[in-house]
Design a protein around this ligand. Structure first.
Ligand code: IPM
Ligand code: MG
Length: 360
């Protein structure tokens, strides 16, 4: 019997509700595939600040390093917005990414047939969209120094963030993206702002150099402003997109809306070693927290990514994905993807529906 150690970090807002449904899916999968999952659950983000004063306790980071992988809900909320940047809930997420060395963030935006009318864009624009955004996750503006806001002698203030990338950082994320493209449609779009930002001109040169090792993958380059436009103009032109941290943050939210709802998008954060973290790309949605209306599908699909990328359980991952597809085909919808003619259900019922499809 295979056995895995998973650290579950529900976090804030809707985090605990969606995590509960994801854990239900994990336990159903374990039964079917004779795998044992030992799950440790700990507070993170605002919940951790409330409990012990810091967004990520040392003990939790240590557990993360010892686990096979981390499954995270969401962090943040208005309650903690006034805090200093160094101890905000979001710091926990950034610290986990950095300390676990998770430089590659895979964010698949796939439009399910049943949801092609749920997008705010026309069906003929979004149907068939299947994009993988490969976002660099431990560099760029998020981590670059110098950073901060300083007071100047004349009483004004000066804010600084630094967009920094080294050649090895660009090379390793490019290789991940080329490898991903190789297993998909063999087309890679590298997104930069090379006409204005030197760092991203370096990005373009390095990605072009890495491409020499991947003659079977067609590489193109695109400026980020154009990419933002092309994503809503003709999203089907994209297969894999690789880009730096901040651009990837923004473009992946945009790509999410092609699928009907940000509540549908899972993600995998991977590094060079065996560490990995899986999380929905959406936030903690404090406005709907605790009301049983959140969509747990992004987290459930993150479990599928976990089975595939960390636990070598591809078949089980496929089962979860097709269970989700069947639930949507049956017309079951959480509020965010509801349309006339479908049946609106809550977070819990959605989790149960996916589990019962998995159980067959
Ligand atoms: C994401 C989120 C995070 C990010 C926030 C919560 C720090 O928006 O995972 O996309 O900016 O990376
Ligand atoms: Mg984001």
């Amino acid at each position: 019997m295979k056995s895995f150690k998973i650290l579950a970090l529900p976090g804030d807002g809707i985090g605990p509700e969606i995590m509960k449904e994801a854990l239900r899916v994990i336990s159903a999968t374990g039964k079917r595939h004779a795998a044992s999952f030992s799950i440790e659950e700990r507070p993170v983000g605002g919940a951790s600040i409330d409990g012990c004063g810091v967004p990520l306790a040392d003990e939790v980071l240590k557990l993360a390093l010892l686990s096979d992988c981390v499954l995270l809900g969401a962090v943040g909320g208005p309650k903690w917005e006034g805090l200093d940047y160094s101890i905000r809930p979001e710091r926990a997420l950034l610290a986990l990414r950095k300390e676990l060395g998770l430089f590659a963030n895979l964010r698949p935006a796939r439009v399910y047939g049943a949801l092609a009318d749920s997008s705010t864009l026309k069906r003929e624009v979004v149907s068939g969209v299947d994009i993988m955004v490969v976002r660099e996750l431990t560099g760029g503006l998020y981590f670059g120094v110098p950073r901060g806001v300083e007071k100047l002698p004349d009483g004004t203030e000066r804010g600084v963030n630094t967009l920094v990338y080294t050649t090895p950082e660009i090379e390793r994320i490019a290789r991940v993206a080329f490898d991903v493209a190789r297993k998909r449609g063999k087309r890679l779009t590298s997104v930069d702002k090379a006409n204005v930002l030197e760092t991203t001109e370096l990005w373009r040169r390095v990605v072009t150099r890495v491409a020499v090792g991947y003659p079977d993958v067609a590489l193109s380059h695109m400026y980020v402003d154009n990419c933002a436009m092309q994503l809503v103009r003709n999203p089907r032109q994209f297969d894999v997109i690789v880009t730096e941290n901040t651009f990837g943050d923004i473009l992946s939210d945009e790509a999410a809306m092609l699928t009907g709802s940000i509540g549908m998008l899972p993600s995998a954060s991977l590094g060079a070693g065996r560490h990995a973290m899986y999380e929905p790309i959406h936030g903690s949605a404090p406005d709907i927290a605790g009301k049983d209306v959140a969509n747990p599908i992004a987290t459930i699909l993150s479990v599928a990514m976990m089975l595939k990328h960390s636990l070598d359980m591809d078949e089980a991952a496929g089962e979860i994905e097709s269970a989700v597809e069947r639930v949507l085909d049956r017309g079951l919808r959480t509020a965010d993807i509801y349309q006339a003619g479908t049946r609106r259900i809550g977070c819990r019922e959605m989790g149960e529906a996916v589990v019962s499809e998995i159980d067959g």
